[in-house]
Design a protein around this ligand. Structure first.
Ligand code: SF4
Length: 478
């Protein structure tokens, strides 16, 4: 197989950095039909699970081939919807989808790099890569202007130019700084400000993203809209072929109305909303993977369920979600959201810690109480294993999301009653990382231990495999 780039001049590029060239945004309702979309576009796909000597448990190697060329991309799923491209055409790279990436395939890089540096084009970083091909990588906030692009293509040393659009809502930039990245630093930052957790979250996001406070709030409003919409869809019942559980939240709603459940409106609505969200995820509907797709139920289920029951406005939900998001920043920076690395503690545990802080905000609690609630919820989730049945993110995932919702409400109330957290949040997050490292591989989303290898799980696995062989599609979303 010839992996060297063909000597063609590729002009079929988009110039607008804000446009997703795939044409489908992440919240596009068409996404459940992605396979038909791919087929309709004439693209043939083949998925194989093979040993590829990967260091990270969630590694994907993608070979893209057309009549003219073949490209190889290796990427990691790092949890929470985040990815990192670590290799392109045999060369090591590091791309998180937070830059406009331009790859210039060359026969010799020196003259092209020098031309780029003289061009006046503002790029953040430039790298020369040598793998199965030689290419220059430019990380920038905008793609190359059309005239520079044409000038480069006219150079003898340039073979072709590829662009990769950013996928993250906030792009990176040179010398990016954040106001704080640990709880301790945040408390120091807040010393003379006396801000609450959600206000600190706005400071963080606005500085991190170089956007206004109003834009931070507006973006969170949109996220809450998607979450609310998903919950409504879930409660009206969802169907999907490749699934273990049917719709559970519809019956919960019915029994709740009939007063057949133990009464506790906040908890029951949170459980119901959490389930509804999980069911939309299981039917491949549009959800927000916060903190991850597998644990997408607990956080919105708890915040929206609690706020709705207490008669609070959407503005209050947004504040709670901002506070929860900031806890997520600390977890992402010092532990992980990836179940393959930290078990379900990383997913549902994180969701519990984030939601607990948000629930305190809904009750107008203090910063100290939000942090204590989060600490106690995370403490309660340490060591939680990931052992999903038949590779579908449904069982025991639904129960674990519900557990996270329940834990977060209890811990929020404990904190609001000034219970002593004992261990500060920073130390609990550091402990999460160490505990994750100590969880055996068989209990970290590999399907090799826990409930995943019970007799019943194996039966379900065989039954779903049979369906798959009959032409049903296999999905794993976590
Ligand atoms: S059990 Fe595993 S797959 Fe299920 S939610 Fe937890 S981490 Fe995700």
């Amino acid at each position: 197989m010839d992996l060297l780039p063909q000597p063609i001049k590729d002009r079929d590029r988009t110039w607008d950095c804000s446009v997703d060239s795939s044409g489908w945004e992440a919240d596009d309702e068409q996404l459940p039909n992605y396979l038909q979309g791919i087929e309709a576009a004439g693209i043939k796909t083949k998925i194989e699970i093979l040993p590829i000597d990967a260091q990270h448990p969630n590694t994907y190697k993608i070979t893209l081939r057309n009549n003219d060329e073949t490209r190889e991309v290796t990427a990691l799923s790092t949890g929470g919807g985040m990815i990192e491209i670590v290799e392109i055409d045999g060369a090591q790279v590091s791309m998180f989808g937070d830059y406009c990436e331009t790859l210039i395939y060359v026969s010799s890089p020196a003259s092209v790099v020098s031309y780029l540096k003289r061009s006046g084009f503002l790029f953040d970083e430039i790298f020369e890569h040598q793998g199965k091909a030689v290419f220059i990588e430019i990380k920038s906030n905008e793609f190359l202007p059309a005239n520079l692009y044409e000038e480069l293509l006219a150079m003898d040393d340039v073979q072709l130019i590829k662009t990769i659009s950013p996928v993250l809502p906030i792009k990176s930039r040179k010398n990016l700084t954040v106001p704080f990245i640990t709880v301790e630093e945040m408390l120091e930052y807040n010393k003379d400000k006396n801000l609450r957790l959600w206000e600190l979250a706005i400071h963080y996001e606005s500085i991190r993203g170089n956007i206004s406070d109003a834009e931070v709030i507006e973006r969170m409003h949109k996220i809450v809209d998607i979450m609310q919409n998903a919950i409504t869809i879930g409660l009206s019942g969802t169907t999907y072929d490749d699934r273990i559980l049917g719709s559970q939240s519809v019956n919960f709603q019915k029994k709740l109305k009939e007063k057949k459940l133990v009464e506790n409106d906040v908890l029951n609505n949170s459980v119901m909303y959490t389930s509804a969200m999980m069911e939309v995820k299981s039917s491949m509907g549009v959800i927000v993977a916060a903190p991850t797709a597998g644990s997408c139920g607990a956080l919105p289920g708890t915040i929206i369920g609690t706020a709705t029951t207490l008669g609070l406005s959407k503005d209050e939900m947004v504040k709670a979600m901002l506070a929860a998001g900031l806890i997520g920043v600390f977890i992402a920076a010092h532990a992980t959201f990836a179940a393959e690395v930290g078990g379900c503690m990383a997913e549902c545990g994180s969701a519990a810690g984030m939601a607990a802080a948000g629930v305190v905000v809904l009750k107008d609690g203090t910063l100290k109480q939000s942090l204590a609630a989060s600490s106690m919820a995370l403490q309660s989730s340490l060591g939680l294993i990931c052992d999903m049945v038949a590779d579908r993110v449904e069982a025991p995932c639904l129960n674990r999301n519900v557990m996270a919702a329940s834990t977060s409400i209890s811990c929020a109330n404990m904190a609001l009653a000034d219970y002593d957290q004992v261990i500060p949040l920073d130390e609990v997050i550091q402990t999460m990382k160490k505990v994750g490292d100590a969880i055996p591989n068989t209990l970290r989303c590999t399907g090799l231990g826990g409930l995943a290898i019970t007799r019943t799980a194996k039966k379900i696995e065989a039954m779903l495999a049979e369906k798959e062989n009959q032409g049903k599609v296999f999905h794993k979303v976590c």
